[in-house]
Design a binder for this molecule. Structure first.
Ligand code: ZN
Length: 74
């Protein structure tokens, strides 16, 4: 377990992340694989759009919900 504050993945941004963007690049990842980016409120749309136009965006989930799901997975 880490108690580090999750920070937005956008370049140069130091804001606490509140969203998780789950993505998959079909050219290099198997279909069930999920990579994640963290995003603050401001950059969620920008990052989602970046992944979306490349057909790589799978899911956008509130960070709290994502972490709760990870906990139940053990
Ligand atoms: Zn940000």
């Amino acid at each position: 377990m880490s108690d580090e504050t999750p920070i937005c993945s956008a370049k140069g941004c130091r804001t606490t992340a509140v969203w998780v963007l789950a993505w998959n690049n079909p050219k290099i990842h198997t279909p069930e694989r999920r990579k994640t980016w963290l995003a603050c409120e401001e950059h969620r749309e920008h990052l989602a759009q970046f992944l979306g136009v490349r057909g790589m965006l799978k899911d956008v989930v509130p960070l709290e919900e994502w972490q709760a799901a990870e906990d139940t997975r053990g």
